[in-house]
Design a protein around this ligand. Structure first.
Ligand code: PLP
Length: 389
């Protein structure tokens, strides 16, 4: 309950938002990280072990642990541009002389896609998101996407989500026909746990997930999973390569690295290095996430909401439409101003309480159970009773 380094600890009923410190790690995960902190290992060996665990969980050919999903996007983009060419790896983010364009449906543009540009990517937008305009019903079409693919195309970028258009399967169909990979940002697409497999099954060549969101891994961890050659390219562009060339032997999991003409220098991903502690923590959390199963996880989350509901009897249990398996405890206020007053009052408390305020314009606040500590439930119930009842 205490403060850390003088920073005030909050009660996080918003969710696994990075701004609020992400989620919480189970003791098994922090124990594994503590143990990893007391030993050393060759980083490509521990990434090979992580790859085996990620392959088990996702069905992909290979996987690596990255410093967050945004880092996974940057590395995935670097892999799509450089492939297995060490000269291109050494030049990134300078990419003018190679295929460096990422085709994106305009409605899927978002501030995380800057990661593609950091790697040297150039974003090419397609379509008009007219369905968001009121009268319109259409968005980018698969045909428009197909026509945008040229010899300059490094990949098609897809932001996963129930509302994404064109759908991933349409994107995969046109991209495959033209021989370009599809890179998917699925950072926050868990739950449901099936999504660990889903995008790979639908034909994505690379998929990025956050480790610090629902998986329950370290806040600064993520996953890049997909085709062996592309994941291997991403890995070699992240590893520290201060070693004599002859000493580097690619683990079997990253066998495509044996095709490199020579060993590149530190790659573009060296600025987003991941520690052995994060790798061990993420893999431990991922195994737990898969083993627990969505039914048990949902029940654990629902028990928290059930403990809180008596504090605000008018609150309603509302399934999160974007995340099957997640239910929120939603509190409706008379108007936006009333919701804002309650939100401020909650955040002024000691400890401060943060509720999900993403629908505050509609006068709604909600308790999201994912990042809550069970030990905080009595204090949170008291805060809800005082500020929201
Ligand atoms: C959270 C998020 C990211 C970034 O994930 P990190 O693990 O915090 O780097 C990228 N894309 C989307 C859509 C996200 O929701």
């Amino acid at each position: 309950m205490s403060d850390w380094l003088g920073a005030r600890r909050i009660i996080n009923a918003y969710g696994t938002n990075t701004r609020l410190g992400g989620g919480l790690m189970a003791k098994e995960v922090t124990d594994a990280m503590a143990a990893a902190a007391r030993g050393c290992v060759e980083m490509h060996d521990i990434q090979a072990a992580a790859s085996r665990a990620i392959v088990d969980a996702t069905g992909a050919e290979a996987g690596i642990v990255t410093a967050g999903a945004a880092a996974a996007l940057m590395l995935g983009a670097a892999a799509c541009i450089a492939r297995l060419d060490p000269a291109v790896m050494n030049r990134l983010p300078d990419s003018a002389d190679v295929a460096n364009e990422f085709i994106v449906s305009r409605s899927q543009r978002n501030m995380y896609d800057r990661a593609l540009r950091i790697a040297g990517g150039v974003i090419v937008e397609v379509g008009i998101p007219d369905r968001l305009s009121g009268p319109g019903v259409r968005d980018a079409s698969a045909g428009e996407l197909a026509e945008a693919i040229t010899s300059r195309t490094a990949a098609v970028f897809h932001l996963a989500g129930a509302a994404a258009e064109p759908s991933l399967s349409e994107v995969v169909r046109v991209a495959r026909a033209r021989g370009v990979p599809v890179l998917v940002d699925a950072a926050a697409q868990l739950p449901p746990a099936e999504n660990l497999h889903r995008f790979i099954t639908e034909g994505a060549d690379l998929v990025c997930f956050s480790g610090g969101k629902a998986i329950g891994g370290p806040q600064a961890s993520g996953i890049l999973a997909g085709r062996g050659d592309l994941v291997s390219s991403a890995l070699i562009q992240m590893l520290d390569l201060d070693l004599p060339e002859s000493q580097f032997v690619a683990p079997m999991e990253f066998a495509p690295l044996n095709q490199l003409r020579y060993l590149p220098h530190h790659g573009i991903g060296r600025v987003a290095k991941v520690g052995k502690e994060e790798i061990v923590g993420l893999v431990t959390a991922l195994r737990r996430f898969v083993a627990e199963g969505q039914g048990a996880r949902t029940a654990r989350w629902m028990a928290r909401l059930a403990a809180l509901q008596p504090a605000v009897p008018r609150a309603t249990l509302t399934p999160d439409r974007a995340k099957p398996g997640l239910t929120l405890l939603e509190i409706a206020f008379a108007d936006r101003e009333a919701a804002e007053r309650a939100d401020v009052a909650l955040r002024m408390r000691n400890p401060p309480v943060h509720l999900d305020a993403s629908r505050i314009r509609r006068g709604l606040l909600a308790v999201n159970p994912i990042a809550l500590d069970d030990a905080d439930l009595p204090a949170l119930a008291a805060a809800l009773k005082e500020c929201c009842a």
